[in-house]
Ligand binder design. Structure first.
Ligand SMILES: [Zn+2]
Length: 401
């Protein structure tokens, strides 16, 4: 194994979650017990400081037919709209014709926001089902894995290239970066959104460590990668998505100076020590402590005769359930909005899923796996809370973004 970013062999194991099922692999009743398990180890590169997984589940398995739909939550839609308007007004308002390519365009939610602003839109999406949903909704979508080859097939350059929540997934990291360099106009802007490892550690949000997330970037480490491919970040800010994500603005190296707020964030990051191996050792101890506390809480609820359901069935929820060893004896159902997951079971722990609007008997406690939507969930469920249902958040983002 060499570092995915800089090719160094100086890697140190910092978090060992053993063998884990691929956590987006919800199971039918017949598939229970047949799901494969893969190593889930986080390693730290002593040369470039990038934190990453040392094992890759093949992208065809993970992204060939996933069922995550980004259109489903209002807060994500609002966020996408805000980013699109910002990109348009800051970088494209004086362009008579403007175009955007969205990498990992999902169901087209984000591209529709750009279309409203007059952009010519195009998406690339690797999931067959999701690409079809987008195409049926009138969003031009290429069903493919984005890389250098896909880019030369597209054969044009764009004013804006966007990659939200996919940039840490990339098996073909260097080919994807070359594709972006080739597809971005000289004065174009690449907008990237990724989980910020500094927030991930501060929130103890270890459940975001799973097979699809191959890389966990800081501002320092993503810059190492971008620079290798003639690209550079010139501005960034922190958004509340997934408990703390960076929205970064990137262009060809030498075209724009880094903004003051980016320089301030870089300084803050350096001061936090989040690029040191010691901080990951501390993080690992924090996860172990959290496991003990959560198991004690759920066991107490069970002893008190309380019924507990999981709220949401996000991929990260499965990471948490598997790592903590929480099965149907502690949590009866996972309640979920996405109807594509009807009648399925969670990988590894085999907890049955229930569709939210079809819940007939309420639990005493909702154990909230989709904690990153805390505000939205509390606001939407005020009636249940007044009726005495407790909402317990295993991960509490400390950063009020
Ligand atoms: Zn490295």
């Amino acid at each position: 194994m060499i570092c995915r970013v800089c090719d160094s062999a100086e890697l140190e194991l910092v978090i060992d979650q053993g063998q884990q099922p691929w956590c987006n692999n919800f199971l039918t009743k017949e598939q229970i017990g047949t799901e494969p398990f893969y190593p889930l180890h986080v390693v730290y590169c002593h040369d470039c400081c990038t934190v990453q997984l040392d094992y890759t589940v093949k992208k065809e398995i993970m992204f060939g037919d996933h069922t995550y739909l980004s259109g489903i939550t209002q807060s994500l839609q609002d966020h996408f709209g805000g980013v699109a308007r910002e990109v348009d007004s800051r970088f494209c308002s004086d362009r008579p014709k403007k175009s955007i390519l969205d990498i990992g365009s999902n169901d087209g939610t984000q591209l529709k926001q750009y279309e409203k602003l007059g952009f010519e839109i195009m998406g690339v999406e690797s999931s067959k089902t999701t690409a079809k949903i987008a195409a049926d909704a009138g969003v031009p979508t290429l069903h493919a894995f984005f890389n250098q080859e896909a880019m030369s097939g597209i054969g044009k350059q764009f004013d804006v290239i966007n990659a939200s929540g996919v940039f840490f997934h990339l098996e073909e990291l260097h080919s994807v970066c070359e594709g972006i360099r080739a597809g971005l106009k000289d004065d174009g802007v690449f907008v990237v959104q990724f989980l910020y490892v500094k927030c991930l550690m501060e929130n103890l949000a270890f459940d975001q460590i799973y097979h699809e997330h191959l890389l966990y970037y800081s501002l320092k480490t993503i810059e190492v990668l971008l620079n290798r491919h003639g690209l550079s970040m010139f501005d960034a800010y922190l958004a509340p998505i997934h408990g703390g994500s960076i929205i970064g603005f990137i262009t060809h190296q030498g075209m724009r100076e880094p903004s003051e707020r980016l320089q301030n964030m870089r300084a803050e990051e350096a001061a936090s020590g989040c690029n040191t191996v010691e901080s990951y050792r501390k993080f690992n101890n924090g996860i172990k402590r959290m496991k003990e506390e959560n198991l004690a809480y759920l066991q107490q609820a069970k002893d008190d005769g309380k019924r507990v359901y999981g709220f949401g069935a996000p991929v990260k929820g499965n990471t948490l359930l598997n790592y903590f060893g929480i099965g149907p004896e502690l949590i009866e159902y996972l309640v979920e909005k996405n109807e594509l997951r009807r009648d399925l079971y969670s990988p590894g722990m085999h907890i049955p899923l229930l569709i939210e609007k079809e819940v007939s008997e309420l639990p005493d406690i909702y154990y909230v796996l989709a904690w990153n939507f805390k505000k939205e969930i509390l606001a939407n469920n005020q009636q249940l809370i007044n009726d005495g249902v407790e909402f317990f958040f295993p991960v509490n983002p400390k950063t009020d973004l």
